[in-house]
Write a protein that binds this ligand. Structure first.
Ligand SMILES: Nc1ncnc2c1ncn2[C@@H]1O[C@H](COP(=O)(O)OP(=O)(O)O)[C@@H](O)[C@H]1O
Ligand SMILES: [Mg+2]
Length: 247
């Protein structure tokens, strides 16, 4: 793999859940060390595309190439071990366990000797979680839980992070904080695909953007190009006002 090769590539990917294809012939390159935001209408197949990259759906045709190797026949655990991590949509911690216990459970695939270091690493990334370690995860705010979800998978120090609607249900301040944190991880060398409805917040810190419509990529390009293009916004992104408020 050369420095310019994408870290993750979908090559004519067709995927679904056993019935008709949901992801239909997707070609997508995610360059190493960049953040791509994946947007598109509800039901377009964004979550399915992330799950397909992680091995949680059936691949009907095409290839998923990670670090130069086809991985579409490998299991999610094998992909996790290879350096891909998925933070699924919705709250998915163990709500009746403490933050510390959640982090300990998620560290199961980290070699025992490296677990203290992995914990230090994520608590350094998310210092807000430190005083919450004894708290029940279910008692955390939505924003704190989202940080916990990310901290849980980041203990393995993935090369590529797939994150599905991380700002869902969060206050505008927390949404910005989550994306600033993702940008920080990208700046530290991680490759990120974020599915996001809040286009403005996500694109502000992304390098690239792709628009998925009915399982196909309708547009892919630099994030600032999407932000600047009224036609793309009105055609694919609904009525969300992206221009700066005038008040
Ligand atoms: N587990 C599943 N089994 C069967 N169909 C599913 C499943 N999850 C999602 N789908 C279908 O896949 C399509 C795309 O869903 P999804 O990938 O969740 O879209 P998005 O994330 O863009 O809103 C929808 O028609 C949905 O009904
Ligand atoms: Mg979704």
């Amino acid at each position: 793999m050369s420095g310019t090769d994408p870290l993750l590539r979908c090559e004519g990917l067709v995927a679904g859940y056993g019935g008709p294809p949901i992801v239909r012939k997707v070609y997508l390159d995610i360059p190493q060390n960049e953040m791509m935001t994946l947007v598109g209408p509800n039901g377009a197949g964004k979550s399915t595309l992330l799950r397909a990259c992680y091995g949680l759906t059936k691949t009907y045709a095409g290839h998923i190439v990670f670090a130069g190797k086809s991985i579409e026949k490998t299991t999610p655990l094998e992909r996790y071990a290879a350096g891909i991590a998925l933070v699924p949509q919705g709250r998915c911690n163990f709500d009746r366990m403490s933050v510390a216990e959640n982090l300990a459970v998620a560290a199961h695939s980290v070699p025992v000797a490296r677990r203290p270091e992995a914990l230090d690493y994520v608590l350094g990334l998310f210092p807000t979680l430190k005083p919450l370690m004894p708290s029940m995860a279910g008692n955390l705010s939505g924003g704190e839980q989202q940080l916990l979800e990310m901290a849980m998978v980041l203990q393995t120090r993935p090369k590529c992070l797939l994150v599905d609607e991380p700002s869902l249900g969060l206050s505008p301040r927390m949404q910005a904080a989550v994306f600033e944190k993702l940008a920080e991880l990208r700046d530290a060398g991680m490759t990120i695909i974020a599915v996001e409805q809040n286009v403005r917040v996500a694109l502000a810190v992304s390098n690239r953007a792709a628009v998925l419509v009915q399982g196909e990529i309708a547009f892919e390009g630099p994030a600032d190009q999407i932000l600047a293009d009224d036609r793309i916004r009105s055609a694919y992104l609904g009525a969300e006002p992206l221009s700066q408020p005038t008040n």
